[in-house]
Structure formats: structure tokens, C-alpha cells
Design a protein around this ligand. Structure first.
Ligand SMILES: Nc1nc2c(c(=O)[nH]1)N[C@H]1C(S)=C(S)[C@@H](COP(=O)(O)O)O[C@H]1N2
Ligand SMILES: [Mo]
Length: 319
């Protein structure tokens, strides 16, 4: 049976950027919304299913940048998500009919809490937070994105990894019937990523379930994707269905595809160039075709929070 979705609602019809930004000022001023003061405490994450639905109470995070966010249009129409095609406009075009529910996440490996969880149950114990982060793609473009997500550190703590767990591996859904880009071998599916436990429990790491105050668009990785803003964008794996706590460094998709060009760490580093291009500068999407590139910052500007994780590590070798 074919169930048709209602005609497409444009994102701007739901939350215009202007309204969104006004709402943020309002919240920043310590306003009372819906009778409850917004504070990052005791708010279970409830993520509606409908495309474009607004998320409820979202605490603002002190880790947000003050830089102007990119428009919803930029963030949701210029994407990398090879499961829906390799062109920048492909994910927007080809992910519209993807149904990110029902959805399960399987937790495996060296942790006390393992098993398969329904998405809604998986996120419920955690607070929704807004995190406005810079995102730097390894291809030398960047954006500023107002994510909504849950703290990965909180998730990891909740799952209680054992002392054997040194890494956490992530996998994307592998289903060519739902992800047309997987009918081609543009990568070795499923898309895989991983972090050290120290990286996963850094306060900057989040699992995003929304952006611009609404449910995450399919092309941005619905229903749940990783965001680690000091690393190149490809670490931010989308459409996560599996997490595995491992003793050994897990295999990661871009490293498997081109080990010389993409490492496991993938920390943003203007001093270590990609073999085929410089990483010293970046093009901020939306700043105009002829705008000059801006300098790329070490750890994408998040050194204060993460530099200690890499003390003593040769970042040129461990790129
Ligand atoms: N599963 C999966 N996750 C992925 C990718 C992908 O192709 N497949 N692309 C990555 C790359 S290269 C980038 S730059 C970011 C882009 O995220 P965005 O489209 O939400 O800006 O997603 C990352 N996560
Ligand atoms: Mo990327």
C-alpha cells in the first residue's frame, strides 16, 4: 500500500529563520516559555516523527558559537551523504521519501548495556540541547549549523562501557532499497566511523536529532547522526543504526577507501594539507561565490576543549 505524504512543506514555512533567531534571543534573555524556565535539567528528549516538526524544550549550550548560522536552505540542500548520491544536491533530492521510522539502534561489544533499542527509547533519557557549531568539511568548505542533539558523553556513560572499551564504532543503515546511492559502490557499505572513548566522552561530542529547532532533515542524517565539530565533516556519520564498543581502533569508511588521504583522527588542521589540496583556508558556504576564503583554525577553533586529547601525538602522522 502506498501511503502518500502531504505535499511538501518548505522549511521556511515552518520556522522562518527570522522567527527562529528571535526565539533564540528570547530564550537567551532567560525567558519563560510555556510556563517553564528553560534550563538544562530533567528534560527527556522527545523527537517527533513528522518531517519538519518542531522540537520541544531545547536547552541552549554554552558550547555554541556566536557566529551567524548558515541558512536552513544552505544546510539542508548542500550535503554529503553518499547513500543518497555523490552530488551535493543529491541527498536533498533523493532523501525526501526516506522514512526514518521505525528505527532501531543496536549497541554491542564491551559495555554493560547492550541490545537493540527503539530510537525513541534510546534518546529519551537525555536532554535536548542546541549546539551552534562550525562544521569544516575535508573538501575545504564550511558552515555554521544550529544542531539540536544529546550529549554523546551522557549516552556513553549510560551504556556503561567496560574497561576493555577503548573505542566506539558507528555504522549507518545498510539498505539499498531505501538508500538508492548504495546501489553503487561509491563506498564500501555500510558507512563506518569511530572515535576513541576519550573523544566520544568529550563534552563537545553530540548525537544530533535536529537542526534549527526542528526534526533533523533526512539529508542531514535523520533520525540521528554524530557531530564532532573539531574533526572533518566525514567523521559525522549519519543515519546511525549501530554502536560497538571495541578494544581495537575500528575501520572507518574514508580511511578504507583512501588511506593515504583520510586518517582515523581527521582532526581539522590547517598545517597538515590533504595530499591533493591545501587545508589552510576554507570557503564558508553562503558567503558569496567571490568571497575570499577564510583561514582554517586548528581543531576548527575548538582547541581549548580538545587539544589535551592529542598531547604527545604526532598530528602529521596521525592525520
Ligand atoms: N552515512 C554517511 N554519513 C556521512 C557522509 C556520508 O556520505 N554517509 N558524509 C560525511 C561528510 S563528508 C560530511 S562533510 C558530512 C556532511 O553533513 P551535512 O550534509 O549534514 O552538512 O556528513 C558526513 N556523514
Ligand atoms: Mo565532508
Amino acid at each position: 500500500m502506498l501511503i502518500r505524504r502531504p505535499p511538501d512543506i518548505r522549511p521556511s514555512d515552518i520556522t522562518s529563520e527570522e522567527n527562529y533567531l528571535n526565539r533564540r534571543d528570547f530564550i537567551r534573555a532567560g525567558a519563560v516559555v510555556g510556563g517553564s524556565i528553560l534550563a538544562p535539567s530533567a528534560m527527556a528528549a522527545i523527537v517527533p516523527e513528522a518531517h519538519g516538526a518542531k522540537l520541544g524544550d531545547v536547552a541552549r549550550s554554552k558550547y555554541s558559537t556566536d557566529e551567524a548560522p548558515n541558512s536552513f536552505e544552505d544546510i539542508s540542500t548542500y550535503n554529503n551523504y553518499y547513500e543518497f548520491g555523490t552530488g551535493k544536491a543529491d541527498p536533498y533530492k533523493n532523501a525526501q521519501d526516506f522514512e526514518p521510522r521505525p528505527w532501531t539502534l543496536t549497541v554491542e561489544g564491551h559495555a554493560e548495556k547492550t541490545g537493540t533499542f527503539d530510537f525513541d527509547d534510546f534518546v529519551k533519557p537525555f536532554d535536548l540541547e542546541e549546539r551552534i557549531y562550525r562544521m569544516r568539511c575535508v573538501e575545504a568548505w564550511s558552515m555554521v549549523i544550529p544542531w539540536v542533539g544529546i550529549s554523546l558523553a551522557e549516552v556513553v556513560k549510560y551504556l556503561r562501557p567496560t574497561s576493555k572499551a577503548k573505542f566506539v564504532a558507528f555504522e549507518t543503515l545498510n539498505d539499498p532499497s531505501r538508500m538508492p546511492g548504495q546501489r553503487r559502490r561509491s563506498l564500501d557499505w555500510p558507512y563506518r566511523e569511530g572515535l576513541t572513548i576519550a573523544e566520544a566522552t568529550n563534552p563537545l561530542s553530540i548525537l544530533a536529532v535536529g537542526l534549527y529547532g526542528q526534526v533533523l532533515p533526512n539529508q542531514n542524517g535523520a533520525p540521528i547522526r554524530l557531530v564532532v565539530p573539531w574533526k572533518y565533516g566525514f567523521k559525522g556519520i549519519k543515519g546511525i543504526v549501530r554502536m560497538r564498543f571495541t578494544e581495537k581502533q575500528p575501520k572507518t569508511s574514508w580511511n578504507m577507501a583512501q588511506a593515504r588521504e583520510y586518517g582515523f583522527y581527521a582532526n581539522v588542521n590547517p598545517r597538515v594539507d590533504h595530499p591533493r589540496w591545501s587545508q589552510a583556508r576554507e570557503r564558508r558556504i553562503g558567503s558569496g561565490l567571490f568571497a575570499s576564503k577564510q583561514p582554517t583554525l586548528m581543531f576548527n577553533g575548538y582547541g581549548e576543549e580538545v587539544a589535551h586529547l592529542y598531547k604527545g601525538l604526532d598530528l602529521r602522522r596521525n592525520f
